[in-house]
Design a protein around this ligand. Structure first.
Ligand code: NAD
Length: 367
């Protein structure tokens, strides 16, 4: 089978990580890249041997691009993904899928109507750490899941990202920027959610950039920067998730799943590796669990690779538009629940993505 021809739109910070991964996969041919800022496309092409650096419109109109990877800023995701679909191309987007559930739903419907695939980050749930957790839960290692706690507590990205403004605009904040990792992991482990409630606040109306080249500039804050949510999953477990850009230090990190027979400590869902730890019963000690799956290293692009494989083999892909839409629903509804002072019943659902087989080498997916 010939390689799928892929074009990247959006050549900023994360594009470099994708380009490296995609270039290493034999069934993907990275043929072009594009950005509104032409010099960024030129720089990415030069650094990673990508044959063509183009304008976004020129990339979307090429017949030798089968799949578009949308690595633009969140506010541009919907327009770029929609243009790719309208051009008859499958698209894999960075998170979030869209800024609103209404937009996301229309995007997923448009892909279906056009007969193309839509996939969305995060794909960290395909990594060794979270797949090992999935296997343990499915085997009953902690009994029946009862509850979960998740904490993404940070002081915000303005200390390191070169263009941190986007993190305080619509489509970001800790819930829309980091929530996808936590909610996607929870849905992959526990299945779809039923309802959510939250309390959210904006702690500072402005943030000060600490990174170069914009050090010292002030950023207006449009979105809540501390969000505490409670989620009921359709299968029964109750999860709490706190996402924050307002916390200077904490000892609470990542995710824990509590079962009737024990507790699973899940690794950082923004990474592909471990550690995974389990404690069975009250008197037992915490034990390190050996990872059972491949892809423990940085593998952003794996969800796209799985989508490309899915197209070739006519099977569903795991980091799907439906999963991302359900996660978007959780995020949008969490903010609405706080404003309305109520539980919000989710209007979307999705299948639990199929687990990857254990014991396979990196990048082999299920083949
Ligand atoms: N930076 C990270 O560590 C990281 C990690 C995981 C995911 N992400 C996600 O990746 C996406 C991009 O983040 P980033 O950090 O690379 O941002 P960035 O600002 O570094 O890069 C985004 C690029 O998109 C370009 N762009 C904006 N609108 C465009 C349009 N309409 N058409 C073409 N190009 C356009 C910008 O010019 C810029 O070069 C975001 O959705 C973010 O949530 C980032």
């Amino acid at each position: 089978m010939s390689a799928s021809r892929v074009g990247i739109v959006g050549c900023g910070v994360i594009a470099k990580v994708y380009a490296e991964k995609l270039n290493a996969l034999p069934f993907i041919d990275l043929v072009a890249c594009a950005d509104l800022e032409r010099d960024r496309a030129d720089a990415l092409a030069q650094a990673h041997g990508i044959p063509k650096a183009l304008s976004p419109d020129a990339l979307l109109s090429r017949s030798d691009v089968d799949v578009v990877v949308n690595l633009t800023v969140p506010q541009a995701h919907i327009a770029v993904s929609r243009a790719a679909i309208d051009a008859g191309k499958s698209v894999f987007s960075e998170k979030p899928l869209a800024l609103t559930v209404t937009e996301g739903r229309a995007l997923v419907a448009a892909a279906r109507a056009k007969g193309v695939r839509i996939g969305c980050a995060p794909d960290t749930f395909l990594g060794a750490g979270l797949q090992t957790c999935r296997k343990l839960i499915d085997e009953g290692a902690i009994g029946q899941p009862v509850a979960a706690n998740g904490f993404m507590l940070s002081p915000g990205p303005e200390g390191w990202h070169p263009r941190p403004q986007i993190f305080y605009e619509r489509g970001a904040g800790p819930m829309f920027d980091m929530g996808p990792y936590y909610f996607t992991a929870l849905v992959m482990l526990l299945g779809p959610a039923r309802r959510i409630t939250s309390s959210a606040r904006i702690t500072h109306k402005e943030r000060m950039i600490g990174s170069q080249p914009l050090k010292g500039q002030r950023i207006p804050v449009e979105v809540p920067t501390h969000v505490a949510s409670v989620v009921d999953f359709a299968s029964g477990p109750v999860a709490t998730l706190v996402t924050s850009f307002d916390v200077q230090a904490s000892r609470y990190r990542f995710l824990e799943i509590y079962g009737t027979e024990g507790t699973l400590a899940v690794p950082d869902p923004n990474t592909f590796g471990g550690p995974v730890q389990i404690k069975r019963g009250f008197r037992d000690e915490w034990k390190d669990v050996e990872l059972t799956h491949g892809n423990a290293q940085q593998s952003r692009g794996l969800g796209l690779a799985d989508m490309v494989r899915g197209i070739e083999r006519k099977r569903p892909h795991r980091a799907s538009g439906e999963l991302a839409l359900h996660v978007l629903d959780l995020m949008e509804s969490s903010i609405r629940a706080s404003t309305d002072g109520a539980h919000v019943l989710l209007g979307t659902t999705c299948d639990r993505p199929a687990p990857l087989p254990a014991g396979k080498p990196d990048d082999s997916l299920d083949d």
